[in-house]
Ligand binder design. Structure first.
Ligand SMILES: [Zn+2]
Ligand SMILES: [Zn+2]
Length: 718
């Protein structure tokens, strides 16, 4: 008997391909099929179909990976939704969503089922171990069961003790895990308690929540309490975070709170095979907590009962190539599919989520107090630097405060979101400045590496000795980068310990662990850091933050620049004064009267968001309208422009859709290609969707040669 199947393959073509097999295969099974003289891995998308082509031409499926459990139907639905919503081919979308090991035409060998250890009756009669980590391991074995991986999370040397205790007869093995959620006495304040109870009341329904909590208000405890309850009831929780490397502290807290609960951490840094195993552990229901970055939103989770999206405003949730999805929005869709609550948490929620809360689609929960009663919000002062003479970017007030804080053994953060020594190198005689040959951008001067580097395409050249135009040998570095700040501060405060942390100094994860220890041990006086540091790190004794230059984004043409700046400044300011010591924040600006700063000084996200939403309404900008961007690039600007212009000529613009462009993008040239874009906007999402489909078809028909293009639904850049 021959059964026909439609197979999704990893090609950017809007099509499934039919293949034959002797029996019906489950939807979601991975297979290998012959494809244009080669072999291609595929996924059974539809089983037992009636082919619409000549069956003589249908080739057989070559290999079936029948040792692997098939991807579940909910996963297929999720991919179909994402592909349709983001206008990307379904096959290619499916392969974006899979871990690397499953994108290959090789079977994945599932690991042997785990043995779980728990204390035997003899073990239960023994005296408790003395050392804290051994004791933690013992306690976990006492109240539940652990496999080796879970034991290792508690104690890195766990295998030794497991072996020893097993030899002594203190342990027995079981094939089924018992997940034990320790009841911890956590003192939640009233707001935290209300938030937890409100969410848990809706445990078995689709219920989206926006959790707005000021920095230090204890959002994490709220997440953990909800997760504890869900896991105790046999469910699984998905916990999304923007960046894994910077959430070491969160992961440590997770381990402490849930030592005997199996947790997987999915992120692009984990080894290929390990990631795939974790994927299957989530899929089978074995791992109760699934933590991960944006890609983890596609992980099949058998018994999904709760989704948390932490720092929901963060742009890392948006993928900006291939399938341009937003994991935060897909998380809400998944919660609906699974009939469970989803919590989007932030100190500065996105305007999209805030609007959804205002119009009743999401329930707004507020945490307006710092969790530690003695911790106060930092005092924020603005320094008008328009008429001040600055020392390499630093005002006299800033320098004075830094000096005092060094004397008082405090920890200061000098914040500047710009790497390198100076953002440009310039000839004072003829005005020549060094631009990247591939991009519309200046080359950044990196003094210690002795090169100029483009931060967009990574093009590097040695620092020139003279001006290529006029031969002047006296080139000037203009503007301030973190290297220059470091040099200035080291000269000024020679006995102080000053540490610069940015992606140039911080390449490996171990570096970061070492640095964190040094800071926690109070070996450092001043940290110079970029945004990378502002995300999610708490140093309890940090009591002074200097924001060197807050104005860049206020001059930007990007509609979202103010929203970013607000979130960025609140995040940086929120680093200060986490513990007993009151914090102080100094913001240097040339525009102290910008209303944004008043909201920041008042720690008032909601007033800022209300103002900003009103402004967006006036300009009919997102989130008050829905947007789709079409971006095209070519070697010649004219070719890219003409491509979109020709499409516009053939396009029938629906009544309630507005078209902007085509026009060059803000950064027109990138990596040697000229980039243009146009936008479609509408207040009606289905109408916009139909218009996008129509426009996409035209583009597909007229695309030729060197032109590349992409569709971006709900884009961030404009
Ligand atoms: Zn010159
Ligand atoms: Zn470049």
């Amino acid at each position: 008997m021959t059964i026909y199947h439609n197979i999704a393959v990893n090609r950017p073509i809007e099509q499934l391909f039919s293949y034959a097999h002797a029996s019906a295969l489950a939807v979601g099974t991975r297979v290998v099929v012959p494809f244009h003289n080669t072999q291609e891995v595929g996924i059974v998308w539809q089983s037992d179909i009636t082919p619409d082509i000549d069956i003589q031409k249908i080739l057989p499926i070559q290999t079936v990976f029948d040792k692997e459990p098939p991807l579940p139907p909910e996963w297929i639905q999720l991919i179909e939704f994402a592909a349709k919503y983001y206008h990307y081919p379904v096959g290619a979308s499916a392969f974006v969503a899979l871990p690397t090991a499953l994108r290959q035409a090789e079977p994945f060998r599932l690991p042997e089922p785990d043995a779980y250890f728990t204390l035997s009756d003899l073990g239960r009669q023994q005296a408790l171990p003395r050392y804290p980590k051994q004791l933690a391991l013992w306690n976990a074995l006492f109240s539940g069961s652990l496999n080796k991986a879970a034991a290792r999370q508690i104690h890195t040397e766990a295998h030794k003790y497991l072996q020893k205790w097993q030899e002594l007869g203190y342990l027995k093995t079981t094939d089924k895990p018992q997940h034990v959620v320790f009841q911890q006495k956590i003192n939640l304040n009233r707001e935290q308690d209300t938030a937890v109870k409100t969410v848990l009341q809706q445990q078995n329904t689709f219920a989206p929540f926006l959790l707005w909590g000021i920095t230090g208000s204890g959002k994490t405890e709220v997440y953990f309490e909800m997760m504890a309850e869900v896991i105790a009831n046999g469910g699984q929780a998905l916990f999304l975070v923007p960046e894994i490397n910077l959430t070491a502290q969160l992961l440590e807290r997770l381990k402490r709170r849930f030592p005997a609960v199996e947790t997987t951490i999915l992120h692009s840094g984990s080894a290929k095979m390990a990631r795939c195993q974790d994927y299957f552990r989530a899929m089978s229901g074995q791992a109760k907590i699934v933590v991960g970055t944006r890609l983890a939103v596609f992980t099949p989770i058998q018994n999904l009962r709760l989704i948390v999206v932490d720092e929901e405003h963060d742009h890392s949730y948006k993928q900006d190539n291939e399938l341009r999805y937003n994991a935060r929005d897909l998380a809400v869709w998944r919660a609906k599919q699974a009939n469970c609550p989803v919590i989007l948490g932030s100190a500065t929620p996105s305007l999209e989520s805030y609007q959804a809360a205002l119009n009743g689609r999401y329930t707004l929960l507020k945490l307006t107090q710092r969790a530690k009663a003695q911790a106060r919000l930092p005092e924020i002062t603005l320094i008008d630097v328009k008429r001040q003479k600055l020392d390499n970017g630093l005002s006299s007030n800033a320098l004075k405060l830094l000096e005092e804080n060094i004397k008082n053994d405090g920890l200061s953060l000098v914040y500047l979101n710009r790497r390198g020594f100076a953002p440009a190198l310039f000839c004072g005689d003829c005005g020549y400045s060094f631009s990247c040959p591939n991009c519309s951008a200046k080359m950044v001067y990196h003094k210690y590496q002795r090169h100029l580097r483009c931060h967009h395409c990574d093009h590097k050249i040695a620092v020139p000795k003279s001006c290529p135009d006029c031969g002047n040998q006296d080139l000037t570095a203009i503007g301030i980068g973190t290297q220059r700040l470091e040099e200035t501060l080291k000269k000024r405060f020679q006995s102080a310990h000053i540490l610069r942390i940015d992606s140039d100094t911080l390449s490996r994860k171990d570096d970061w662990q070492k640095i964190r220890k040094a800071i926690e041990n109070k070996e450092i006086n001043i940290i110079i850091g970029t945004q990378m540091l502002a995300k999610g790190h708490d140093f309890e004794h940090l009591n002074l933050v200097i924001v060197v230059n807050a104005d860049g984004s206020l001059y930007s043409a990007d509609m979202r620049a103010t929203e970013h700046l607000f979130a960025e400044l609140m995040q940086v300011a929120g680093r200060a004064g986490r513990a007993e010591r009151a914090g102080e924040v100094l913001i240097q600006t040339q525009l102290p009267h910008n209303p944004l700063f008043t909201h920041i000084q008042n720690h008032d996200w909601q007033s800022f968001a209300d103002d900003e939403l009103a402004r967006r309404q006036t300009f009919a900008a997102p989130p008050t309208v829905y947007t789709a961007a079409f971006r095209a690039d070519a070697v010649k600007l004219q070719d890219a422009l003409l491509f979109l212009q020709n499409a516009v000529k053939q396009f029938v613009l629906p009544e309630s859709v507005v078209l902007y462009g085509p026009a060059p993008q803000l950064m027109t040239r990138l990596s040697g290609r000229e980039r243009v874009q146009l936008f479609l906007e509408s207040k009606n999402r289905p109408v916009l969707h139909a218009a996008v489909t129509q426009f996409a078809q035209i583009l597909e028909e007229i695309q030729t040669g060197d032109i590349r293009y992409a569709i971006d639904i709900d884009p961030y850049e404009c």
